[in-house]
Design a protein around this ligand. Structure first.
Ligand SMILES: *Cc1c(COP(=O)(O)O)cnc(C)c1O
Length: 380
């Protein structure tokens, strides 16, 4: 058989954009082991260190004993265990919504939500920096896709005027943007949605467990919990487990259970990860010191970077990019950090545009100020 893939792979390599998987094993205090050597891990989304929290691990182990390893069938056919129901009820309370539904991953949640909520004859209105899974959901839906300039309410208002004749209009945005660490103007978006008869959906993948007085997310922090129709999040970042979820009205959840193909035609989330996530949601409530430490770490690093005049792309969170420009410069800095014992991968096209290549620093509550200052010194 002729090798049909080599030309494309060679092309990726020529551009310096070839990516490879690098096995790591987790180590305490925000570190990983790679080939036996320890690195401070600035690439983890385990923002609160809950993936290796003793109580989370214990909940997972007990669930494996009780339920076995897998979901065994789809949720509608016998894969709904007690732990799924408990988790959904805990998530609905965390987000102060009527009901919740979990999916096997956040990516699956996004494609399954958007593609069932809108279809041909409707439109979906997207922030230009939205996450890949939101774009794929929008494309899959068959709805007309409109794009507004990143975090720009004037641009959104213009798009809404152009979209006025569509049957159903869905505005979709990350609440905390995954590559820039900046925050969507949720209050303004909710107001425009209300005045133009549009539905709103936010992706709280990076803000759940991190922002808000109770750790609910940015909708709580910005006081718009009652104004967002569809609140999506993931169990795989600050909650330290795996899986995605959506919260909203009881009717929304009933609708998704009946219409959302990536929910219906996929095996239930493993009861082991569901139990881990359930414990993690509980810890969000009982261990607020974790998010406080995380936000202190983040504020400290942003201040250091700002003082040095770095382009951190408007970051207001624990995700702090250092925008370098070229692929080569970014790769060289990532390599330099690696040599100094720190893992901070280069983010390159197609994830970001060529001229916006960056090191994406992702902080956790497990990092010490010493770790953070050392990293900042290498970058400087
Ligand atoms: C990670 C991420 C997802 C996907 O969640 P997974 O559970 O990892 O599949 C969705 N949206 C955003 C903004 C993300 O960063």
């Amino acid at each position: 058989m002729s090798d049909v893939f080599s030309p494309d792979i060679d092309n990726i390599k020529e551009k310096g954009l070839f990516r490879e998987l690098r096995p790591v094993s987790p180590a305490p205090a925000g570190r990983v082991l790679i080939a036996g050597k320890e690195y401070v891990n600035f690439s983890s989304n385990d923002y609160l260190g809950l993936a290796s929290h003793p109580q989370v691990k214990k909940a997972a182990a007990l669930a494996a004993e009780k339920y076995g390893a897998g979901g065994t069938s789809s949720r509608l056919l016998g894969g709904t265990f007690e732990v799924h129901a408990l988790l959904e009820s805990a998530l609905a309370s965390l987000k102060r919504q009527e009901a919740a539904l979990v999916y096997p991953s956040g990516f699956q949640a996004n494609i399954g939500i958007i593609s069932s909520v809108v279809s041909d004859g409707d439109c979906v209105i997207m922030d230009s920096f939205n996450h890949a899974s939101l774009w794929d959901g929008a494309k899959l839906s068959g709805a007309r896709i409109f794009i507004y300039a990143h975090r720009d309410l004037n641009s959104l208002e213009k798009v809404l005027a152009r979209a006025k004749d569509y049957r159903r209009k869905l505005i979709v945005t990350d609440s905390l943007f995954s590559m820039d660490g900046d925050i969507a103007p949720l209050r303004g978006i909710a107001e425009l949605a209300a005045s133009h008869g549009a539905l709103t959906m936010i992706d709280e993948a990076h803000s759940t467990g991190v922002f808000g007085v109770s750790g609910s997310g940015l909708a709580e922090e910005l006081g718009v919990e009652k104004k967002i129709d569809i609140v999506m999040g993931t169990l795989s970042k600050a909650l330290g487990a795996q899986g995605g979820f959506v919260c909203g009205s009881k009717k929304l959840i009933e609708y998704l259970v009946n219409k959302s193909r990536s929910f219906i035609y996929s095996t239930a989330l493993s009861p082991v990860t569901a139990a881990a996530a359930l414990k993690a949601v509980e810890l969000i409530g009982t261990e607020p010191a974790r998010r406080k430490k995380l936000l202190e770490n983040a504020a400290s690093l942003r201040k250091t970077f700002a003082a040095r005049g770095f382009d951190i792309s408007g970051s207001e969170s624990q995700i702090i990019p250092v925008v370098m420009g070229s692929v080569e410069k970014t790769a060289a800095l990532s390599e330099k950090l690696f040599m100094a014992g720190m893992l901070a991968p280069a983010i390159r096209p197609p994830t970001v545009p060529e001229e916006k290549c960056r090191i994406r620093i992702s902080l956790t509550s497990e990092h010490s100020l010493e770790d953070i200052n050392k990293m900042a010194a290498v970058i400087a």
